[in-house]
Design a protein around this ligand. Structure first.
Ligand code: UD1
Ligand code: UDP
Length: 385
């Protein structure tokens, strides 16, 4: 039996961890056991607890209750607390997801005391080190022993940074931090979307609750610091969405991240006032995962700066306008299923009009077969020493 200590903290990590936890409980319970550690990076009910309830994740064994703070404050508090849990639990490995401050803290805490790190969603790069996530993910990858890349582009990025191919690493010997193994495994979020797609339809009352016109709305999420820290940037994006809504008589549905909601609440801005007076603009609280899948499935198109939401748009075969200048999910753009518009209002409108004018694109298979969690579990059992 191998004991994994899993670090979660931000919304998308809880969602990803649900897929692995489900696989462990249902298929690998004789070989893997998991201790869940929630750093408390996200803490509102709608940003954390709702996913445990809906996705059947067991209550976290530890909640470190770190909460919000500057990068240094948040990461250092996590580092200290995670180290104490590792020392107490003595796991065979520590599992981290993605690229948040919780990911970075977990990677550093474990690697420094010689506990192998398993990084799920490794290899992704924006090539923009001004993003906190880029610094977190590069550091986490280089502190890891088993690296699971969801896409081929991710595996290639790692090779360019000096990681050996799996075959070369296996020829050198067992996996460890100086001889890391890189696997291309598919995407856990695709597992989740397939698993919950039908069940999401049970949440249809959401449309009536918010007066949403099923099938005639654009779904949008915005939370990146680049789009929210400067109110003029945020105001420009919202104005572009408002103009699209008015010109095309289409609803805009925005389940708003608290970072963005806080910014809007403090703003005194003409564009934001215009948005607030447009009845077709539906700004709502963050929704649960099943409601989000429902909203994605029934949208005309998705506009987002979220990594997870741009992929899910692809999974449910919806075109996506990416509200960022670059993406880690390059294959989506290369296959013409998404356009990078950044925060430029003109580019956002042009991208929307482009997708309106063309037939629905083809969505090639990029993210695996929906069984990434099983692959990862089997591979941990086989390769963790
Ligand atoms: C974090 C991740 C980001 C990820 C996102 C997922 C880092 C550096 N960033 O960004 O990569 O895409 O999570 O959603 O780790 N807040 C609340 N309630 C909550 C959580 C946050 O009100 O439950 C507010 C606080 O004012 C907080 C702000 O949101 O200061 C930002 O939260 P934080 O976790 O620092 O960063 P995110 O923008 O959520
Ligand atoms: N999500 C959700 N409710 C929302 C917004 C997003 O359940 O109101 C889910 C979404 O379906 C995806 C994940 O949260 O699975 C993406 O997280 P987020 O956008 O916060 O972070 P990112 O993926 O950009 O790191």
């Amino acid at each position: 039996m191998k004991k994994l200590l899993t670090i979660i903290g931000a919304r998308p990590q809880i969602i990803k961890a649900a897929a692995l936890n489900r696989a462990i409980r249902t298929k690998f319970a004789d070989e893997l056991t998991e201790v869940l550690v929630h750093t408390g990076q996200h803490y509102d009910h709608g940003m954390s607890e709702v996913f445990f309830e809906e996705m059947g994740i067991p209550k976290a064994d530890y909640n470190l209750e770190i909460g919000s703070g500057s990068h240094g404050q948040q990461t250092s508090r996590m580092l200290d607390s995670i180290e104490q849990v590792i020392i107490k639990e003595k796991p065979d490995a520590l599992v981290i997801y993605g690229d948040t401050n919780s990911t970075l803290a977990g990677a550093l805490a474990a690697a420094k005391i010689h506990v192998p790190v398993i990084h799920i969603e490794s290899g992704l790069r924006s090539f923009n080190k001004r993003m906190p996530e880029e610094v977190n993910r590069i550091t986490a990858d280089h502190a890891s022993t088993l690296l699971y890349s969801p896409t081929k582009a991710g595996s290639r990025n790692l090779e360019k940074e000096g990681f050996r191919t799996l075959r070369e690493a296996q020829q050198r010997g067992k996996a460890d931090i100086d001889n890391p193994y890189v696997f291309h495994c598919g995407d856990l979020m695709y597992d989740n979307t397939l698993f919950y797609s039908d069940k999401a339809d049970e949440y249809e009352s959401l449309f009536e609750k918010h007066g949403i016109d099923k099938g005639n709305y654009v779904l949008s999420t915005i939370h990146r610091p680049q789009n929210t820290d400067d109110i003029n940037v945020l105001s420009g994006i919202l104005n572009a969405l408002n103009e699209i809504s008015l010109a095309d008589d289409v609803q805009m549905v925005l389940p708003l991240h608290p970072r963005t909601a806080n910014k809007i609440a403090q703003a005194d801005d003409e564009n934001i006032k215009k948005v607030q007076s447009n009845p077709n603009f539906k700004v709502i609280e963050p929704v649960g995962f099943l409601e989000m899948i429902l909203l994605e499935k029934n949208s005309k198109l998705v506009m987002t700066d979220s990594g997870g939401v741009q992929k899910e748009a692809f999974f449910v075969k919806k075109p996506c306008v990416i509200l960022r200048p670059e993406t880690e999910w390059t294959e989506i753009v290369e296959s013409n299923c998404a356009i990078l518009a950044g925060s430029d209002p003109e580019k956002i409108k042009t991208a929307y009009n482009h997708f309106k004018a063309i037939p629905i694109p083809e969505f090639p298979e990029i993210f695996g077969d929906g069984k990434a969690a099983e692959f990862i579990c089997r591979s941990i059992i086989d390769h963790l020493n």
